[in-house]
Design a protein around this ligand. Structure first.
Ligand code: HEM
Length: 477
């Protein structure tokens, strides 16, 4: 009896010995968290721990949760122990204005490909601008119109129309078929004949490339992204296991996603395209590479410049191209899908009719190519189409979430003091729903973009689907 009593006391002592310092540490840490940014309004749980917002992220409601917090509390809110969300233009200029000095955070490192950084993932302004210099020219509007990329897109539009006729049941499922369209357009632009896909093509030709889209569409990628974002070291460790340890983590069900993980096909494709380009004779590289991104990047390849340092490696070029593919496919196809869906709703039939009227009235025979597809240049005169596109991107921005940035020094944003290293962010979702700028913000109304000039000028300042400043979307054209 005495033995049992003694062992119980020993157990309790041990538990207290372990728990007490742990509780003390947690309370100290929580108190410290609460105090750091206590001048910023916030619901307490968000200020205490980053896991509160991570929970919303897991449920797929992060962006809407932050928006609801802004609506309830203030245009400046604390969404984590060291994270603040803003929602006014003054903050937009400070954080995302040209030359602001704000860096992308480690969140973006999950977009490294083959463990190699690319334009999207560089934190520092210097590293980012050095890489961007190589890409600005081929992505510029004049080059896209002049050097064939626009012609390639017209061709893909024609192939998409043919798919609708040839395989109506495939074409009509626009979530998937618009992904085929975007994939073919973007691989043409990135790789040309060294890696163009044929997802819009005839059966047999298109099977492999259509399977690549299944990779992108797999909903399991959200779970992997969550783990990579919130538990990067744990995820990196688990996913990089090989041999027996790989089998063990698989058997224990610890992997956020079974292998091969999503995107594997796209990453493989990028490497193969680069391999095919590299193996081609020099004259072919010069001839056929001039109009695609890998050809442009090859001009800066280390072997080409005969430099020991400073040029791009094979993996850097493949990582860059694979990332642009990921950045361009979903964004393009989701926007088109939302546009078509919104116009298909009975309450929006008036907009659909007006759009058809504009196309019929403004496009002349000389604006069409030999297949009857409007040229990219001619579509520039379609103002109603532009308004429909803007309204789609406003209400259904394909990247609606916050874009995290930080600065290594203290600063002031929208009148509040922000300590060095604090993560700050804004989102298109919230900016695009400001009722003081966008009347009846939840209503799909393309005509708001054709109204009073002053109102339109104000709305344009808040339109942020492509971000802004040095890190804005390079694929906007
Ligand atoms: C409707 C279509 C698109 C939208 C709405 C869009 C939106 C965006 C946004 C918001 C960013 C900045 C994200 C951030 O900083 O967190 C971005 C960056 C980027 N986008 Fe797009 N994008 C679109 C299409 C494309 C296309 C077609 C490509 C390429 C073929 C592309 C390539 C890129 C790249 C490479 C970046 C990184 C730019 C940099 O860091 O300098 N995007 N995009």
């Amino acid at each position: 009896m005495l033995d049992i009593l003694i062992s119980d006391i020993t157990f309790l002592n041990t538990v207290t010995l372990i728990l007490f310092p742990l509780l003390l540490f947690i309370s100290y840490h929580s108190l410290q968290n609460l105090l750091i940014l206590n001048h910023i309004p916030s619901p307490p749980l968000y200020a205490l721990t980053k896991w509160r917002l991570a929970f919303s992220d897991y449920s797929g409601t992060r962006t809407r949760t932050i928006h609801a917090l802004h609506t309830k509390y203030s245009p400046i809110i604390r969404i984590g122990p060291r994270e603040i969300s803003f929602s006014r233009l003054s903050a937009l200029r400070t954080i995302y204005g040209a030359g602001s000095g704000f860096e992308r955070t480690s969140f973006y490192r999950m977009f490294d490909v083959y463990g190699t950084q690319n334009l999207f993932t560089f934190a520092s302004v210097a590293a980012h601008s050095q890489r961007k210099k190589l890409l600005t020219y081929p992505y510029s509007k004049s080059v896209i119109l002049k050097e064939g990329a626009a012609r390639a897109v017209e061709m893909k539009v024609w192939e998409f129309m043919r798919l609708l006729e040839r395989e109506p049941e495939v074409g009509r499922e626009i979530f998937r078929s618009l992904h085929y369209y975007a994939l073919d357009s973007i691989t043409e632009f990135l790789y040309g004949e060294f890696g163009r896909t044929k997802a819009l093509g005839e059966k047999g030709d298109s099977d492999r490339d259509r399977r690549m889209i299944s990779d992108i569409l797999d909903p399991k990628r959200r779970k992997l992204a969550w783990f990579a974002c919130h538990l990067p070291r744990y995820t990196g460790f688990l996913m990089s296991r090989t041999g027996i340890t790989e089998k063990v983590v698989e058997a224990l069900g610890l992997l956020p996603q079974t292998k091969p993980t999503v995107y594997t096909g796209i990453r493989k494709h990028a490497l193969e395209a680069w391999g095919a380009f590299k193996a081609a004779p020099k004259v072919e590289k010069e001839d056929k590479g001039a109009t695609n991104i890998i050809g442009r990047l090859w001009e800066s390849h280390m072997s080409n410049k005969k430099r020991v340092e400073g040029g791009l490696s094979d993996l850097e070029i493949a990582s860059e191209a694979a990332d642009h593919l990921l950045a361009g496919v979903d964004t393009t196809s989701d926007t088109l899908m939302f546009l078509i869906w919104a116009l298909s709703l009975p309450e929006n039939s008036e907009y659909q009719e007006k759009l058809i009227e504009e196309v019929n009235a403004k496009l002349l025979a000389s604006d069409l190519d030999s297949r009857g597809i409007p040229t990219a240049e001619a579509t520039g005169k379609l103002e109603y189409l532009d308004a429909v596109l803007k309204e789609t991107l406003r209400l259904y921005a394909p990247l609606p979430a916050s874009e995290p940035r930080c600065l290594p020094t203290d600063c002031v944003i929208d009148g509040v003091r922000v300590p060095a290293g604090t993560v700050v962010s804004m989102s298109p979702y919230t900016l695009h729903r400001n009722p003081d700028v966008f009347l009846d913000p939840l209503l799909f109304n393309p005509e708001r973009w054709l109204g009073d000039l002053e109102d339109v000028a104000e709305m344009k300042k808040w339109f942020w689907a492509f971000s802004s400043g040095g890190r804005m979307c390079i694929g906007i054209q």
